[in-house]
Design a protein around this ligand. Structure first.
Ligand SMILES: *Cc1c(COP(=O)(O)O)cnc(C)c1O
Length: 365
């Protein structure tokens, strides 16, 4: 078997021990005589799976008791609409636009009320994060929305907005479980699972109790489409209809891995910091490749860089693929390259990538 180092921004690598366990349990899950893909979502096996998955998310992320955890289809993009539909109670919300996904989230919210863009880093092509303390937030906003790690531009918030009376809502799709998070700072955290958690097909939202039971000012709660109503879905423990069973099962396996193989998010953070440091230190040590991000805001998960010109970028990506480092092509909005080094990317994958980059530099500089 010849596994590649997959630097894709998502779907992305999963830990090998998780894949092996899924394989071992595939044909006969715990004596049920069937796989998790085939079993009833109302079966006792699946009931255990969903309960244990939720309980392990609570332990790993230290989620306080006054937060609910839900499993939803439609990815993070559907959350862009569910957030305003359910939370925009005053008809207004404040959005920080720090990249493509937060821009999309704000555009979606504008369909349900006034989504005010209170800060943007577009002026320097999203290579930094605006000072969250210098923003003039609207005291009448229903919430403040951020995208905590900007997958495409390779930036992350070094500190998050903390505004008295305004719940913070964060898209954490590309950094969740990469390091500890103080959940109590947030009214809602949501993420698509295909970056750092599980296969594609699901989003998870972690929502403080007092955020629930409401709706956007522009729509009565009873008129929110059922499958977009957090309160309805959470009251049914994410089982209003058939949930994404396989994704929930795989999330549980990844949580077990984080808890028992890695030893929790403090340990995961150390590993991730070390990986990112190897790559950024290398980028800073030479002048063939360039990373445009202001250092303080560099993402620990998505590292962008360019070579001297677009033709060289192309040559780099082709040579990298040939050498077993795949999906390094940057997003079309940024060009160049992007190495996504999520939890499941082993440290030696980054070490070997850096060795490859240096070899390529020597041959092409
Ligand atoms: C990938 C990503 C999304 C989009 O996720 P989907 O599940 O494809 O809808 C949204 N936000 C961020 C930060 C992402 O990285």
């Amino acid at each position: 078997m010849n596994r590649v180092y997959n630097f894709s921004a998502g779907p992305s690598m999963l830990p090998v021990p998780v894949l092996e366990r899924a394989q071992a349990e595939l044909l006969d899950y715990h004596g049920s005589g069937q796989s998790v893909m085939e079993m009833s979502h109302r079966s006792k096996w699946f009931d255990d799976i969903i309960k244990n998955t939720e309980a392990s998310i609570r332990r790993v992320l230290k989620v306080p008791d006054n937060y609910k955890i839900g499993f939803f289809q439609g990815g993070a993009t559907q959350q862009f609409a569910m957030v305003p539909l359910n939370f925009m109670t005053t008809g207004k919300a404040d959005y920080l636009v720090t990249g493509n996904f937060s821009k999309k989230a704000a555009e979606e919210a504008a369909k349900f009320g006034e989504a005010r863009v209170v800060a943007s880093s577009k002026d320097r092509n999203f290579t930094y994060i605006p000072d969250v303390k210098a923003i003039d937030y609207d005291a009448d906003a229903s919430y403040v929305h951020i995208c905590q790690n900007n997958t495409i531009f390779g930036t992350r918030f070094a500190e998050v907005p903390e505004v008295e009376g305004l719940p913070l809502v964060a898209d954490m799709s590309s950094m969740i479980f990469s390091e500890p998070v103080d959940v109590s700072k947030y009214g809602c955290i949501y993420f698509g699972v295909q970056k750092n958690v599980a296969p594609a097909g699901m989003a998870i939202a972690i929502i403080r109790d007092d955020m629930l039971g409401k709706s956007a000012k522009s729509i009565p709660a009873a008129n929110i489409p059922t499958m977009m109503n957090y309160t309805t879905l959470l009251n049914k423990d994410s089982m209003y209809n058939t949930p994404p069973c396989w994704c929930i099962y795989m999330t549980g396996l990844v949580m077990d891995y984080l808890e028992h193989d890695i030893g929790g998010l403090d340990e995961m953070k150390k590993i991730n910091e070390a990986k990112a440091k190897v790559l950024y230190d290398y980028l800073d040590s030479q002048d063939f490749y360039t990373n445009p991000v202001e250092h303080k805001y560099r993402s620990m998960m998505n590292v962008t860089f360019t070579s001297p010109n677009p033709d060289m970028d192309k040559k780099f990506c082709a040579a990298a693929t040939e050498a077993g480092f795949v999906n390094l092509k940057g997003h079309r909005l940024v060009g160049g390259m992007r190495a996504s080094i999520y939890n499941a990317m082993p440290p030696e994958g980054v070490d070997k990538l850096v060795a490859f980059m240096e070899q390529f530099r020597k041959e092409n500089a």
